[in-house]
Design a protein around this ligand. Structure first.
Ligand code: ADP
Ligand code: MG
Length: 662
């Protein structure tokens, strides 16, 4: 028996038992080797006139025997001589395929432009092998592996056989044609593991489709089918007999071969893209957008991405896993590679394929995440550009998209503390109270009165209620628009943005300032004249005693009571100081496990022109403290009610109203 040509048996043991997390990938590795062998033969046929093979004749065959418990992967590729069997399968971590690929690349680099013509297109060869360890993964599931191979141009075949422990034998064998069979004798089943499932039709088909669906040569397998047996015509007067079924077998190509993402966009119909999306990403609906990218340069890759029409049901749950499928040379590396997508584009589905990636040895992850990050950055730009063009060119579709995924975009701004603002802010839509439709921030600004320096919004849980809130109607009355934010994430997003765009101050292009994004309930909206401010301050001053009494009645609820500069019809309004709004606290309260709520600093603003104010003044002058107290409470509670917030003590509120009605 020959010994494996690595110093230690431990290395082999390590290869077999430690580098892979997933036993089922052995099939992917054997099929990849078969694909390489076929690729090499095809390449040889381009250069060697003695080797005549048509590309259409090249194939990989997978078979199994559930009795003997074997899985066989065969190819009609280049095959191996006795020496090659010894060298390639006897030396761990020696990859002949890698050397082949390197030699091709060198030849291509050295050849003069016209010279390589006879070789056909070199990119037609897509070698997968790299590390020289994939083959040994067969020993994860096999107690014995037998390889029968006949090299092209040779008339002898050889069989290599090993139990994967201490060595291997090479003996003469028979094989009708060039090519290789790898026969894996499966391990015995244990309580934990059933290796036998690998020797089933269903098990193998699943694995082929999962990992090797886009290998470029047909992977054939004999599959069982059933058909109806035509019953003979019944004789006169006889009942026709029930039809019977018989099963038969047929060789089928299991993989779909053509990686659609490698084809030029102009050569693929939208129907084909839709079909691919629906089948591979399990959706019933066509995608809303299809984004195809072919990058050549320092990093070569192809990507095909889709924006679904509808958010998947688990999109907003913890379990939702974002990511794009990652392929290297048509072989699946990872189902969902998270690093390829930022959270806020997590709804995008698709694949990325690159032969340039340096994979780690198990082909399960990458060695250098720098490559991945570079790809991710470019894909992010592509997605952004695509969404922006949908926003500009197909507004209806964009609004449908935004209904499904707008929350993710808004959440992205909030979650990144505004860092993602540059990418996302101009993609956002909000409902405009003035225009009564969804608008972008740019559209809001385009419509704003000249000299505007702010974007106003109101936040609460219902658009209708917001529209009728005094804080909103007074701003609208002054000719400014208000964005009505009724989603829980809205205000957090607005706060995280803080500002948007910029404008010249007093027509001076050298002096630019951003537009501030302001809640209509904030202290200073910048909409009152100095005169109005002064007037209100004086009125607050001259009613200091009354306001002190009201403030006392509302102790713990408001910081102070003042005369409002902003109200026209409503008697009073509650505003907040210091950036935390009532609506925000409402949202936080509704979150599970919210006990650490931020401090609210509320101010009761009263309308000095409202008859209620005169009533309060009269009560105060008459020394009717009880009435001042009750009215202060009522004003505060009804101001909250208008914003859709329940008073702390609804019963007291109702009793006070009933008392008034007596
Ligand atoms: P890799 O594919 O990364 O090179 P493997 O351990 O999978 O490493 O295979 C080692 C070598 O064995 C390959 O480089 C190739 O030369 C040879 N080999 C494996 N399977 C086949 C096959 N089916 N036909 C021809 N050569 C093969
Ligand atoms: Mg391999």
């Amino acid at each position: 028996m020959r010994k494996f040509k690595t110093e230690s048996k431990k290395l082999l043991d390590l290869m077999i038992n430690s580098i892979y997390t997933n036993r089922e990938i052995f099939l992917r590795e054997l099929i990849s080797n078969a694909s390489d062998a076929v690729d090499k033969l095809y390449f040889r046929s381009l250069t060697d006139p003695d080797v005549a093979v048509g590309r259409d004749d090249l194939a990989i065959t997978v078979g199994y025997d559930s009795e003997v418990r074997t899985v066989t992967v065969s190819d009609n590729g280049i095959g191996m001589t006795k020496d090659e069997l010894d060298r390639n399968l006897g030396t761990i971590a020696h990859s002949d395929s890698f050397e082949f690929k390197a030699a091709q690349a060198e030849a291509a680099a050295e050849s003069e432009p016209g010279e390589a013509k006879g070789l056909g297109d070199l990119t037609d060869v897509d070698i997968i092998g790299q590390f020289g360890v994939g083959f040994y993964s067969a020993f994860m599931v096999g107690k014995k592996v037998r390889v029968v191979s006949r090299a092209i141009g040779s008339d002898e075949a050889w069989a290599w056989e090993s139990n994967g422990v201490d060595g291997y034998d090479i003996k003469p064998a028979e094989r009708a044609e060039h090519g290789t069979d790898v026969i894996v004798y499966l391990k015995d089943d244990t309580d934990e593991e059933s290796f036998g499932t690998f020797a089933t039709e269903h098990g193998l088909i699943q694995l082929i489709k999962r990992y090797s669906n886009y290998v470029r040569y047909p992977i054939k397998m004999e599959v069982t089918k059933s058909r109806k047996v035509e019953a003979p015509e019944p004789a006169e007067g006889e009942q026709p007999s029930a039809p019977t079924w018989e099963s038969y077998t047929e060789v089928e190509t299991i993989n779909s071969m053509i990686p659609i993402w490698k084809r030029k966009k102009s050569e693929v119909s939208q129907e084909e893209y839709n079909e691919f999306y629906k089948t591979d990403f399990h959706d019933f609906e066509d995608p809303a957008r299809t984004i195809s990218v072919h990058a050549e340069g320092s990093l070569n890759y192809d990507a095909l991405m889709f924006v679904p029409s509808r958010a998947p049901w688990d999109m907003y749950s913890k379990d939702y896993q974002r990511g794009l499928a990652l392929y290297s040379a048509n072989v699946l590396i990872m189902d969902k590679c998270e690093e390829l997508l930022p959270d806020y584009f997590g709804f995008v589905r698709g694949v990325v394929d690159s032969s340039d990636l340096t994979l780690n040895i198990s082909r399960e992850t990458l060695q250098h995440n720098g490559q991945l990050r570079a790809i991710a950055r470019r894909l992010e730009k592509k997605i952004k550009a695509d969404l922006a063009s949908m926003r500009d060119d197909d507004r209806e579709a964009y609004e449908r998209f935004f209904e499904q995924f707008g929350r993710t975009l808004k959440f992205g701004i909030y979650q990144s503390y505004g860092m993602a603002k540059d990418t996302l802010a101009d993609l956002l839509l909000f409902y405009s109270a003035k225009q009564q439709k969804m608008v972008t921030l740019d559209e809001y600004l385009a419509d704003a009165p000249t000299g505007s320096d702010a974007i106003f919004y109101a936040a609460g849980d219902s658009r209708e209620r917001l529209a009728s809130m005094p804080l909103v109607t007074t701003v609208l009355a002054k000719g400014y628009d208000v964005l009505l934010c009724d989603a829980d994430v809205d205000e957090f997003c607005m706060m995280a943005m803080g500002t948007y765009g910029e404008h010249a101050v007093d027509g001076d292009d050298e002096n630019k300032q951003p537009y501030f994004i302001k809640n209509v309930g904030a202290e200073d909206l910048g909409l009152t004249t100095e005169e109005e401010k002064k007037e209100a301050e004086e009125a607050t001053e001259s009613n200091a005693e009354l306001f002190a009494a009201m403030g006392e009645a509302l102790q713990g609820k408001v910081e102070r009571v003042v005369v409002s500069t902003r109200l026209t019809d409503a008697p009073a309004v509650v505003t907040s100081e210091g950036g935390v709004s009532l609506a925000m606290v409402q949202v936080l309260k509704s979150q599970p496990g919210a006990d650490d709520l931020p401090d609210l600093h509320l101010v009761l603003e009263v309308n000095a022109k409202h008859p209620v104010f005169a009533t309060l003044q009269a009560a105060h002058e008459a020394g009717d403290d009880g009435k001042v107290r009750t009215y202060a409470g009522l004003l505060f509670d009804q101001a909250l009610l208008v914003e859709g917030i329940m008073p702390d003590n609804p019963l007291a509120f109702a009793q006070a109203v009933a008392e008034l009605m007596k």
